[in-house]
Every structure is written in structure tokens, then in C-alpha cells.
Design a binder for this molecule. Structure first.
Ligand SMILES: Nc1ncnc2c1ncn2[C@@H]1O[C@H](COP(=O)(O)OP(=O)(O)O)[C@@H](O)[C@H]1O
Ligand SMILES: [Mg+2]
Length: 249
């Protein structure tokens, strides 16, 4: 069975693309058959996060009916398979985001997990990602504007009958003004499945065009993302500690 999971959060800059790239890579490392799709059609950057060079077959070409979705799958050196979106303005002409779900159906049965990197906002594009998905992961930062926007996304999901897998709180610094675990959980009425700290390894990894789970696998952000990947896959995962390594020797 193919599970289509959309990474949503009304607000931009909360970490949806970072999480899509890294969760996908970590899931692939655990042996999952996963494809990450850039469903952010107007301001796509999943490919940019991963340093994917201009790729001749994009999600836009798929939506325009020029190529089949299976032909648009790019294999990243990390092992993650990605369907990037076109980054030029020309790519946007004649594209209807509503077609997304129809094309994703062609991947059903071929891949086990499709991760959709949704756009910010609650417009047509974000809605198309949400409508295409069976399940959603809400991504938010621990501040009121971001949590409020995620709440709206969650409400739309409820109306569409999409199952919310939980909330990922990203970029936690632990400063006093940040919203607490309980406040976020209560407001969104959904369990928190990951708490990712603010971690300089993340922007460094983007500059290096590599997912942070490979670039700095032992960084706090990478560890938490790997833990989330294991949780979603239902596999056991323990970060190898120095002590455990010593025992193995
Ligand atoms: N855990 C983190 N620690 C530090 N920086 C982060 C973290 N997560 C994301 N970022 C930074 O935040 C910016 C926005 O992230 P991005 O994934 O593009 O957000 P979105 O897709 O939600 O708009 C990126 O420049 C990224 O480097
Ligand atoms: Mg993004």
C-alpha cells in the first residue's frame, strides 16, 4: 500500500522542505521505498535544498502532461528519490495544481511512501497537496503565528478527512518566550511526534547541498529526524553511543 504524506504548515520558513528532504533520506536509509515530491509549485525549493542541478523533467512537466511522473524521478546521490519542480516562471504557465493527485496515482503500487513538500499558505497549491494526501504531518515553529497557521491547515485537513499523523515542532531554541510543548499540543489538538532543535548544522547542510542526516548525522537535528523516520516506519532505532560502540569492539 502506498502512503501519501503531506508536510504542511501554513507558514513559510518553518522547515517543511528541510524536513521533506531529510525525512525522506532517513526513511530511505532505513530501507523504505520513498519518493519526495516538490508540491510547492510557485516557489519550489526542494531541489535547491538538495543541490539538484536544473533537471530536464520536473513536476511541472508532469502536470502539463509532457512526461510521465515515473520519468521525472531523480535519484539524488544521498539515495533519496526526488521529483523536483521547475524553477523558472515559464514553468508555471498552464499548470493546474489540482492535477497533482491524478498524477500521483501513477506512483501508487510502485513506491511505498510519497512525501509531499507543500507550499506555504492555504491557497490552491497547498490545498492540492492536502487533497492528494492520505495523511499529514504538521510542521510548525514554537511561536504563535506559526502555530496559528498550522491550526488552519489542520482544520482544512479535518474537513477533507485527511489523517493528521502529528505535529513536528522545529527550530526550538528553548528560550523563555517560545511556546511550550503543552501549549502547542493543546492548541493544535494533535500529538507532537518530533521536537527538532535550532541547529546550525541545518543551514550548513543546505549550503553543502546535502541532507543534514548525511552531512552531520550526529547533530541534534539529524538525530531527531532519524528518530521520527523510524517512528513513522515503525522500526526500532537507537543512535549508537560511544559506549555501545566500545562494547561491540
Ligand atoms: N532545525 C533547524 N535549525 C536551523 N535552521 C533551520 C532548521 N530547520 C530549518 N532551518 C532553516 O530555515 C530555513 C527555512 O526552512 P525551509 O525548510 O525552507 O522552510 P519551509 O519549507 O517551511 O518554507 C532554511 O534556511 C533552513 O536552513
Ligand atoms: Mg519550502
Amino acid at each position: 500500500m502506498t502512503r501519501i504524506i503531506a508536510l504542511l504548515g501554513g507558514k513559510g520558513g518553518v522547515g517543511k522542505s528541510t524536513l521533506t528532504a531529510n525525512l525522506g533520506t532517513a526513511m530511505a536509509d532505513f530501507g523504505a521505498n520513498v519518493v519526495a515530491v516538490d508540491a510547492n509549485l510557485t516557489t519550489p525549493n526542494l531541489g535547491i535544498h538538495l543541490g539538484i542541478p536544473l533537471y530536464p523533467k520536473t513536476m511541472h512537466d508532469v502536470l502539463k502532461g509532457r512526461v510521465s511522473i515515473t520519468d521525472a524521478i531523480y535519484r539524488h546521490p544521498s539515495g533519496l528519490r526526488v521529483i523536483p519542480a521547475g524553477i523558472s516562471l515559464d514553468d508555471l504557465r498552464g499548470v493546474d495544481p489540482k492535477e497533482l493527485s491524478t498524477h500521483l496515482l501513477d506512483l501508487v503500487g510502485i513506491v511505498d511512501y510519497i512525501l509531499l513538500d507543500a507550499s506555504a499558505g492555504l491557497g490552491r497549491e497547498a490545498l492540492a497537496a492536502q487533497e492528494s494526501a492520505d495523511e499529514t504531518l504538521l510542521v510548525t515553529t514554537p511561536d504563535m503565528p506559526s502555530v496559528t497557521d498550522s491550526l488552519k491547515a489542520a482544520k482544512i485537513g479535518e474537513q477533507l478527512g485527511t489523517k493528521t499523523l502529528g505535529t513536528v515542532v522545529n527550530r526550538i531554541t528553548g528560550r523563555k518566550h517560545e511556546m511550550s510543548y503543552e501549549q502547542i499540543m493543546t492548541m493544535l489538538d494533535s500529538q507532537i511526534v518530533a521536537e527538532i532543535p535550532e541547529d546550525p548544522a541545518v543551514p550548513e547542510s543546505i549550503a553543502a547541498r546535502m541532507p543534514v542526516v548525511h552531512y552531520r548525522p550526529r547533530s541534534p537535528a539529524a538525530r531527531e529526524i532519524k528518530r521520527l523516520a523510524a517512528y513513522l516506519l515503525g522500526v526500532e532505532y537507537q543512535e549508537p553511543s560511544w559506549l555501545r560502540k566500545l562494547f561491540r569492539l
